[in-house]
Design a protein around this ligand. Structure first.
Ligand code: PYC
Length: 310
């Protein structure tokens, strides 16, 4: 299996250039369901240690249904197949550029939740225009063991987010372990109390906000991903959900740009324009760096060929 690794604001993306299961030629949402249902061993073996690492998100390249798209892609981490992934899309665009498969300019990429566009500005800088994102519910209070009541907004940005501002734990790098524990407890409480999106969509990511270190940034975030790793980048789909909430609260006018800082200090530039279904079309600009190109082996006598279970 041929893979190329990059990072976007510190968050790794492994693009599977070839190899992987045959998922047929149906809509990408169906192919994502097949991957999730029938190929859990495959996707975990690529992401988990010893081949992968805890924060890694993989991008499986697939044939797009829409011939105007440069590729189709299905993202996954060690725990779940994702609807979309913002940092992964920036990493994918930088990787396709590195491979000579795309040039600077605008390109369309098909994902299980819809078509997104990337504007490749240079070898590292990419703007993603995401699918329409929306706030689902404002000010939901959930009772969390050890933490007490926690109030946040439920919003969709390609994945389903619960956004809490200010977070119940100060959003500082020294608190990453405590932030992770608190975010897992909040997500569990939401699941236990049946709080989620429309048509049974479960909250898969939790975000806490606090003041930014850089005075020009809007805020700093801490993002918990489905596999319990924290996003080193400011999380593209999380920023999309955030933009939907800021727009709904009239805290950010259309077209105005803000900077979102991650827990490790990496940044995205964000803005939005009005969508057609009452939500927002987010624009996310970040930088990615290709780090490695490798061939992965899965030897039958390797006791950890399926990864070290977490
Ligand atoms: O950037 O959207 C994102 C993302 C989701 C999970 C990790 N990163």
């Amino acid at each position: 299996m041929h893979v190329i690794d990059s990072h976007t604001g510190g968050e790794p993306t492994r693009v599977i250039v070839n190899g992987g299961p045959d998922l047929g030629g149906g809509p990408l949402s169906e192919r994502a369901t097949l991957l999730s249902r029938d190929h859990r061993d495959f996707y975990r073996s690529v992401v988990l240690e010893p081949r992968g690492q805890v924060a890694m998100v993989c991008a499986l390249l697939v044939r797009p249904v829409d011939p105007d798209c440069v590729t189709g892609v299905i993202f996954f981490d060690a725990e779940a197949v994702l609807g979309m992934c913002g940092h992964g899309t920036i990493g994918l665009a930088a990787t396709l550029f590195h491979m000579g498969r795309i040039a600077t300019g605008r390109h369309r990429i098909e994902t299980p939740v819809g078509i997104v566009t990337v504007d490749v500005i240079d070898a590292h800088t990419v703007t993603v225009t995401n699918i329409e994102s929306r706030r689902i519910r404002k000010d939901i209070t959930v009772e969390v063991p050890q933490l007490g009541p926690v109030t946040g907004d439920l919003a969709y940005g390609g994945n389903c987010f619960f956004l809490v501002e200010p977070g119940p734990v100060p959003v500082e790098p020294a608190n990453i372990a405590a932030l992770t524990r608190a975010a897992i407890a909040v997500r569990q409480a939401l699941w236990d109390q049946g709080i989620g999106g429309d048509d049974g969509m479960q909250v898969d990511h939790v975000i806490f906000y606090g003041p930014a270190q850089d005075p020009t940034a809007h805020s700093r975030n801490f993002v918990l991903c489905p596999d319990d790793a924290y996003d080193r980048s400011p999380c593209g789909t999380g920023c999309s959900a955030r933009l939907a909430c800021l727009a709904a609260d009239k805290r950010l006018p259309e077209g105005h740009e803000i900077v979102q800082e991650s827990i490790i200090g990496s940044t995205y530039r964000l803005s939005w324009r009005r969508g057609v279904q009452g939500g927002v079309i987010p624009s996310i600009t970040g930088r990615a760096y290709v780090m490695a190109e490798s061939r992965l082996f899965f030897l039958p006598d390797d006791p950890f060929r399926s990864g070290i279970p977490s």
